[in-house]
Design a protein around this ligand. Structure first.
Ligand SMILES: *Cc1c(COP(=O)(O)O)cnc(C)c1O
Length: 424
């Protein structure tokens, strides 16, 4: 028995499923989780001393790779001054200034502790501001695990084959309307059905929780005009895409402005952080300025802010950061695609910037339904093969691969070599 297996045996006794987030379970690929002890750059080590090239990157935050010296130093320095005060600190001001200067249209921002909290709060602000209740989301988009968002919510639920979630009263989701990603008519039909009642449309600008599904040309701009026409707000859930596609996230990358954006993952540098913000008039409804209540004991925590600030500073001060990362990723995913095509393996490779995903299907994957045509048995084979070669992928067909600045040319080539062997 390996150390990871022994740890898992202990874990399942006291932790539901042995994991603190279902996406970490290896059930769908017929394995048990590897327990990670250490990370550095693009590498991970597990409790048995196995070394991996990591393409999960903690599900997005580690865009600079693991244990980046600037981030670690900032965390150490902040920690020595105390871990939490529950009072205002300068780093929160710096963080807000940095986000507002990097992100188009961002005038005010509130820090929270997770992406889930960011979305939950942004939706509350949108409802408070518009005085409307209904919300349109897209099937296969994940917006955290708050009750109202657990409708056709992508990866974790797709992998487990759970249709929605238990424990969510019908009343909590009755105002959540589902449209089809990349389908212009389906959202418009909902506006026709509920005139004057829709507070907001929330969307992952790149669907990154049903595998990876990029927006079709014009989809986001069309959502913008649909919202304007109907007096509804447009919320970009940029928890993955924020500071990932570009410094200004999907708004900059696609040139479409949202009214509110939500953040998480990268902005915490690996610490538990989320944020939501946008137009000043909308954010002014949030307490203590306005009457939409939202609070947090540890929000804007000094150590978490130090980590996030250090990471965002590297991203914003490295002039060609995104050109380099995205260029490297383009070449990598093009070769990934070519290897599978040359071997005659039926697949669809979707990729945007440093995010990518292979679906084992003949379909061109543009929405949730297409994603579900993927052969998950074939995925499990591929996953196990790659793991065996030291390539650490997300243990689910319905998750993206994350590239970081720390992925070296040599390690990307090693990964492609493993894929070539798999293809044979
Ligand atoms: C991860 C994610 C969330 C939830 O963030 P947590 O920090 O896990 O609560 C919300 N939206 C999107 C798009 C995400 O990828």
């Amino acid at each position: 028995m390996t150390n990871s297996e022994m740890l898992f045996e202990r874990a399942v006794r006291h932790i539901p499923g042995g994991v603190n987030s279902p996406v970490r379970a290896f059930g769908s690929v017929g394995m048990t989780p590897r327990f990670i002890t250490r990370g550095k750059g693009d590498r991970l080590w597990d409790a048995d001393g196995n070394e991996y090239i990591d393409f999960v990157g903690s599900w997005g935050p580690m865009i600079l790779g693991h244990a980046h010296p600037a981030v670690l130093e900032a965390v150490n320095k902040a920690a020595r001054d105390g871990l939490s005060f529950g009072a205002a600190t300068e780093r929160e001001v710096q963080m807000a200034e940095l986000i507002c200067s990097a992100v188009p249209g961002m005038e005010m921002v509130r820090m929270v502790n997770s992406g889930t909290e960011a979305v939950m709060s942004a939706v509350r602000a949108a409802r408070g501001f518009t005085g409307r209740d209904k919300l349109i989301k897209f099937s296969g988009c994940y917006h955290g695990h708050s009750d109202a968002m657990l409708v056709k919510a992508g990866s974790g639920l797709m992998t487990q084959g759970i249709p929605g979630s238990g424990g969510v009263p019908e009343g909590s989701t009755k105002d959540t309307l589902s449209a089809v990603y990349n389908d212009l008519e389906s959202a418009e039909a909902l506006f026709d059905m509920y005139p004057g009642q829709i507070a907001a449309v929330i969307v992952e600008p790149v669907g990154a929780n049903m595998g990876l599904v990029p927006p079709k040309d014009g989809f986001l701009a069309w959502l913008r005009s649909l919202c304007d026409k109907n007096g509804a707000l447009l919320i970009f859930d940029e928890v993955i895409t924020g500071f990932r596609l570009a410094l200004g996230g999907a708004q900059e990358y696609y040139g479409v402005k949202a009214d509110l954006c939500t953040y998480g993952k990268i902005i915490g540098g690996g610490m538990p952080v989320g944020a939501y913000g946008g137009r000043r008039d909308i954010m002014s409804v949030v307490a203590p300025l306005g009457r939409v209540y939202q609070a947090g004991t540890l929000s804007g925590n000094p150590v978490a802010m130090a980590a996030g600030l250090a990471q965002l500073t590297v991203l914003s001060e490295t002039g060609d950061f995104y050109e380099k990362l995205n260029g490297k990723s383009d070449a990598f995913f093009a070769e990934y695609d070519r290897i599978l095509s040359d071997a005659g393996i039926g697949h669809c490779l979707n990729h945007t910037a440093s995010l990518g995903c292979v679906f084992f299907t003949e379909k061109k994957v543009a929405d949730y339904e297409d994603a579900q045509t993927s052969d998950t048995e074939r995925f499990a084979q591929y996953f196990r093969f790659m793991m065996d070669k030291g390539i650490y992928l997300a243990p689910s067909q319905f998750e993206a691969m994350f590239l970081s600045a720390a992925h070296t040319a040599e390690d990307l080539e090693k990964t492609l070599d493993a894929l070539r062997e798999f293809a044979r």
